[in-house]
Design a protein around this ligand. Structure first.
Ligand code: OGA
Ligand code: NI
Length: 361
């Protein structure tokens, strides 16, 4: 699979547009009316949701009932919501805050400094402003920085920001902690499905092949938030996502039935969600739920999405134990690289891809 080496249209930095004091957003950001989101800062109230919050310390309880109950709550959240939040997760709150502040400072640097890390659709690594390469596509109101953390062959610190000076160290430390937490979560998710506790870890390629990347999303203020999205509706293509949301500004919305619910961020918690590959492995017991981000005219917003994924060459398919006569395999095997190439070309398309891959009955 080969990708374009450069963008097919000139790249517009959303942050620069936002700073230019325009009153109207360019047409390429205006979504079709059927997709128009609510504006959270408006008086029109959108429904907000408190996602199930799990105290991970409960898994260390000496009381077996407490441990089992915790695993059950996570299992049910993955089935019904595809999302949950974790507290007492072992990652230092100071590290979380420092890492967020660091990235905020990066986005405040001059355009010239950020441009040194401008990305291309060949790997998406670096400073970017669009996902997908189709000419004339509708764009999202978001700039981002994307980098690889695992596997080690793909980790290239020279592609990480040099300023702020603590940036590279913080990314390394944050990455290390989030890999630890992700691995722990895949264990719990495997146990919930009745599989060996390292089933998901091994399917992702174990310690050597599992991949992990970080996307830092920066959503500038938007003069017409009701016409666009910060991120279009999508499900995450990979394994699991650990999101450190902006603690002050809501923006993430998840689909629940026909409604979009705004997630209330909880200080110092991570929002965890199931990606498409875990939906496939679990034969759709766990749901990779569609979500999107809305923007506002008052405040910029920053979030860190850590994606914990199968190695690119791993063939992902429903676990044999979860395939029965009554529950046939819903998906054919596919490598994660093949799967991801679709999004990297077409951009975010809701749940279209994983739905279209369901095996014919
Ligand atoms: C993502 C994502 C949500 C957010 O990066 O895939 O869904 O709140 N981000 O930024
Ligand atoms: Ni997402």
């Amino acid at each position: 699979m080969s990708f374009l080496q450069s963008w097919s249209e000139p790249i517009v930095r959303v942050q620069s547009l936002s700073k230019s004091d325009i009153q109207k957003i360019p047409n390429c950001f205006v979504k079709p009316p059927s997709n128009i989101p609510f504006n959270i800062m408006d008086t029109k109230i959108t429904t907000s949701v408190n996602l199930p919050l799990i105290d991970l310390e409960n898994l260390n309880s000496s009381n077996e009932f407490v441990r089992k109950e915790t695993i059950d709550v996570i299992f049910n959240a993955c089935r019904e919501w595809g999302f949950f939040q974790v507290a007492n997760h072992g990652v230092s709150h100071e590290l979380m805050e420092k890492t967020r502040t660091n990235w905020y400072e990066f986005f405040q640097l001059s355009l010239e400094e950020k441009q040194k890390f401008a990305n291309s659709p060949a790997t998406y690594e670096g400073y970017g402003s669009r996902i997908g390469t189709e000419i004339g596509a509708k764009l999202d109101w978001c700039d981002y920085f994307f980098l690889h953390y695992l596997p080690e062959e793909l980790r290239d610190e020279n592609k990480w920001p040099r300023i702020p000076i603590s940036c590279r160290n913080l990314i390394s430390e944050y990455g290390q902690e989030l890999v630890k937490l992700s691995k722990r979560l895949t264990t719990i998710l495997s146990i919930g499905l009745g599989l060996n506790e390292d089933y998901i870890h091994q399917s992702f390629g174990g310690n050597n092949e599992t991949s992990a990347c970080l996307r830092v999303n920066f959503y500038p203020k938007c003069p017409q938030p009701e016409l666009t999205h910060g991120l279009s509706p999508h499900s995450d293509p990979g394994g699991i996502t650990l999101l450190l949301p902006d603690p002050d500004i809501p923006g993430l919305q998840i689909r629940h039935g026909n409604n979009w619910l705004t997630v209330n961020p909880i200080p110092n918690a991570f929002i965890v969600n199931i990606g498409d590959q875990v939906q496939v492995l679990s034969n759709a017991i766990y749901k990779s739920v569609e979500h999107r981000v809305i923007v506002n005219s008052k405040k910029e917003r920053l979030s860190l999405a850590f994606f914990y994924n199968p190695g690119g060459d791993k063939l992902i398919k429903p676990a044999n134990q979860l395939v029965t006569k009554d529950c046939p395999a819903l998906y054919s095997p596919m490598t994660f690289n093949e799967y991801r190439s679709f999004i990297r070309t077409k951009g975010l398309t809701g749940k279209y891809q994983i739905e279209s891959l369901k095996s014919p009955k």
